[in-house]
Design a protein around this ligand. Structure first.
Ligand code: GLU
Length: 489
């Protein structure tokens, strides 16, 4: 391991943060933390048509929400900035000047039309479709004259004639070889002077002293070209680690067809950032052959590239949901309240300024629901009855439960025993309700269910006795009595 590990995550702000990108960020971050190195965030915003500031903001906010903190990059800066490619043009120009000087690049005056025609001809002949080096063959005087006349030109990297195949040891995939015959002299700067991705990225990686490039294997085919640029610059080639793609259950690359794919969408669906980080961390990396729940400290203390799988990982939405449920159940009540409150406020069940006064009540509510949801977005509907002035009873619950023979009398008796309770605790409520059936002849299950429907409006609710206690005596009795009178003939 080099003395000081420096890794980067370099998203293009052409969309929101995809969960594949988030996984790449997590691996880079965990790797940096594990080795006490630096995690750099660089924004590859060179595509002017598709990059937007709004997307950059969304990416930063998704990373912050996940708890993936960067040591250098937007908003935090650092000694190797700027961290936006659009602000780094001077570096690219300087590198181009150096390579012009050394002869590692040459100008190409071929027009896009000429190039397209050449490609078509070689395609039809079934031959090599790379650049045929027309402009490398121009003599010095011609080149100088054409440059002086201002003729539009790109710059191509000259692949050294004596270069052997490009071989590198990928930290995930092992020894990887690209035949040199398939490498043509590729463009490093376009005719408007702007650098291509393969060029800008290498300049940035060199100047930012990146030691390990950990990224998706959709970039694998760029790597040999980038290695040629490192070599042309006489720079140390970093260690590459290419991560396999994430697949949907159908074996195709994960996309919108498979459901939510952005981090933001998972946030809106009520996932906890720690559950998502845990899930994504283990989607392609493993601690051992059994661990499924792993906290951040273990992740950042144990992450290693040699346990990253070469095989594509299959995204399993159900497993993620299960894991989220595990995290929700394990949250301390106070913490659960903090996560729950925004959802209740959004649903209009309470207003933000009521929260402080209701805090201890909310802390009591937490364990009644934390066991019963897998996502935070399920909460509001489950607890709405606590906040309503009156409950609307579901039609099916009314027909199935309240209209059962004897229920009206049982609820009457329930109201009476509950009214008489000096202590409205769950245990006292339970004891009182269990005594009711003896007087009405209905099974306890039916009586409990009737009380549940009367106070919550539904046959499914958090635990009954605790819910009644939390609702309070007065409100419980009001609801039970309202149900009774709605049943009165
Ligand atoms: N901007 C590139 C992307 O988002 C980064 C590629 C790289 O990591 O080199 O795919």
């Amino acid at each position: 391991m080099p003395e000081s590990v420096r890794v980067r995550f370099a998203p293009s702000p052409t969309g929101h943060l995809h969960i594949g990108g988030a996984r790449t960020a997590i691996y880079n971050w965990a790797f940096a933390r594990r080795h006490g190195g630096a995690f750099v965030l660089r924004i590859d915003d060179t595509d002017p048509e598709r990059s937007t500031e709004e997307n950059t903001r969304a990416i930063l906010s998704a990373l912050r929400w996940l708890g993936i903190d960067w040591d250098e990059g937007p908003e935090v800066d650092g000694a190797y900035g700027p961290y936006f490619q659009t602000q780094r043009r001077a570096s690219y120009d300087a590198a181009l000047a150096r390579l012009k000087e050394s002869g590692a690049i040459y100008p190409c005056f071929c027009t896009p039309e000429t190039l397209a025609a050449k490609r078509e001809t070689s395609r039809q002949a079934g031959g090599f479709s790379g650049y045929d080096r027309t402009c490398l063959g121009l003599d010095g005087a011609t080149v100088a004259a054409r440059l002086a006349s201002g003729e539009p030109h790109a710059w191509r990297l000259r692949v050294p004639d004596d270069h052997g195949d490009i071989v590198f040891v990928d930290a995930v995939r092992g020894k990887t070889t690209f035949g040199i015959d398939a490498m043509d002299d590729f463009v490093v700067a376009r005719s408007d002077g702007s650098p291509t991705y393969n060029f800008a990225t290498v300049i940035d990686d060199v100047e930012m002293a990146i030691t390990h490039v950990i990224r998706g294997d959709d970039h694998l085919s760029n790597t040999p070209r980038q290695i040629l640029v490192f070599e042309a610059l006489d720079a140390t080639v970093p260690v590459f680690a290419h991560l396999s793609m994430i697949w949907g259950p159908d074996g195709k690359r994960l996309s919108k067809r498979h459901g939510a794919t952005s981090v933001e969408a998972y946030r809106e669906l009520g996932y906890l950032p720690e559950a998502l980080v845990n899930y994504l961390a283990l989607l392609g990396w493993s601690l051992d052959d059994k661990t499924t729940v792993i906290d951040r400290a273990t992740l950042t203390g144990s992450f290693s590239l040699d346990r990253v799988s070469k095989n594509p990982a299959v995204f399993d939405a159900e497993k993620l949901e299960w894991l989220n449920g595990v995290y929700l159940r394990e949250l301390p009540a106070e913490d659960f309240v903090d996560r729950m409150v925004p959802w209740l406020v959004d649903a209009g069940l309470l207003s933000a300024d009521e929260v402080a006064a209701m805090r201890s009540w909310l802390v009591e509510l937490a364990p009644l629901v934390s066991e019963r949801v897998k996502r935070l977005d399920e909460l509001a509907s489950k607890v709405a009855f606590f906040f309503a002035d009156t409950v609307a009873i579901e039609e099916s619950a009314r027909a199935k439960v309240l209209e059962t023979e004897g229920v009206r009398e049982a609820l009457d008796a329930v109201a009476e025993v509950l009214d008489a309770l000096p202590d409205f605790s769950p245990a006292a409520i339970e004891q009182a309700l269990r005594a009711v059936p003896e007087t009405t002849g209905l099974k306890p299950k039916i009586v409990f269910q009737a009380v549940r429907v009367a106070v919550s409006g539904s046959t499914v609710s958090p635990p009954l006795f605790e819910s009644l206690a939390l609702l309070g005596k007065e409100r419980s009795l009001d609801r039970i009595r309202a149900a009774v009178s709605s049943l009165a003939q």
